[in-house]
Write a protein that binds this ligand. Structure first.
Ligand code: BGC
Length: 355
């Protein structure tokens, strides 16, 4: 009996040792694997597992639709999975956008991309992302200068991708000035009489495009006079109404500056409906290089536009996200150049964008 008990004791000890030994071995193996995964996570995260939350200020915005589609397709090409790219329409409401950002954070997204509804008031969004330690890339609607200072001072993973709106305004003004006053000045008074259709208030693109296109006329030695100025909210239909109103009072307007192409198309419709010959009697210029505008430029109905390179901006946005996920830094401002478009290069831009 004693021998039997001893045998059981020895067996138990052996089993215990083997089991313990196994456990130790497994734990070591597990630790090793964990270390390995950690290292991999630091240097090369598996992008197919990374969730990106994207908020677009308004899905019905023509330009942002092009941007959004390019962004999604480029993220997919970089290895993100379709189900992990979450894109929501803020429907032009700050409240909706804030709610979407909170939801994305609760759902554990790894990065945020935000096209702010109100670029003058993004503090809450920035704070939410920073507190949750989620990198944030703002796009297209540039937050106030104060914000960029906060990101810099806090050393936060927050950046902005966009173009300098002053440049687009300057290019618009030059396109008109380059036509020569003799080809613009219908009433021969030596002054450029114009209508200005703006985007939305509190937006850097609106403010600077409006200001710098006129500055470019002045710099080119042209005197100008504003006949009418109104907000078209970046929308074709709204702009059409504004321009229809304006040309009723000022049928002799010589130039219509529009802060974007959707509104330039609205201006074109209004002008045509009023029986004014676009391109001959009135010069229209926009920004973006939408396909219909490129065609109108080629057909001589519009003086030109300014290519707002959404392809590059979408790629820079995704690249900035990937850098953050790789634990690398980004500058707090990532810029992109605008390009002047006239009948000379509209065909090339059209062909390039078709690919
Ligand atoms: C584009 C507009 C767009 C706006 C939205 C601008 O950069 O040129 O077409 O509607 O951004 O804020």
């Amino acid at each position: 009996m004693k021998k039997f008990l001893l045998a059981i004791g020895v067996m138990s000890l052996l089993i215990a040792l083997v089991v313990t030994g196994c456990n130790v071995g497994d734990r070591e193996k597990q630790n090793f694997t964990e270390d390995k995964i950690d290292t991999e996570n630091v240097t090369e995260p598996d992008l197919s597992q990374m969730k990106v939350g994207v908020c677009i200020y308004r899905f019905s915005d023509n330009y942002m639709t092009l941007f959004r589609r390019e962004l999604e397709s480029y993220l997919l090409k970089q290895g993100f999975s379709k189900e992990n790219i979450l894109i929501l329409d803020s429907a032009d409401s700050e409240i909706v956008q804030d709610r979407h950002v909170r939801t994305f954070i609760e759902e554990g997204v790894n990065a945020l991309i935000v096209n702010p509804v109100d670029p003058t008031d993004v503090k809450t969004i920035t704070n939410l992302a920073v507190e949750a330690d989620i990198p944030l890339v703002y796009i297209n609607r540039e937050p106030d200068g104060d914000e960029e200072v906060r990101w810099e001072e806090g050393g936060w993973n927050v950046t902005y991708v966009g173009c300098d709106a002053r440049q687009s305004g300057t290019i618009q003004g030059k396109i008109i000035a380059d036509l020569g006053i003799e080809n613009i000045d219908k009433n021969n008074d030596g002054v450029v009489q114009y209508i200005m259709i703006e985007g939305d208030p509190g937006n850097a693109d609106t403010q600077f495009r409006t200001e710098y296109c006129i500055k470019a006329l002045t710099d080119a030695g042209l005197e100008s006079e504003c006949l009418f100025k109104g907000f078209g909210n970046w929308e074709r239909g709204v702009a059409e109404e504004r321009v229809a109103e304006a040309i009723q009072s000022f049928p002799n307007a010589e130039v219509i500056f529009c802060n974007n192409d959707a509104m330039a198309l609205g201006a074109l419709s209004a002008v045509e409906k009023a029986g004014i010959r676009a391109g001959k009697e009135v010069k229209i210029v926009g920004v973006d290089a939408l396909t219909d505008v490129l065609i109108a430029v080629l057909e001589g109905q519009m003086a030109g536009t300014v290519f707002n390179n959404y392809v590059d901006q979408a790629h820079f946005t995704a690249d900035a996200v990937i850098n953050y996920l790789n634990k690398e830094n980004n500058p707090h401002y990532i810029g992109c150049d605008y390009v002047a478009v006239t009948a000379d290069n509209a065909q090339t831009i059209l062909e390039n964008l078709a690919h």
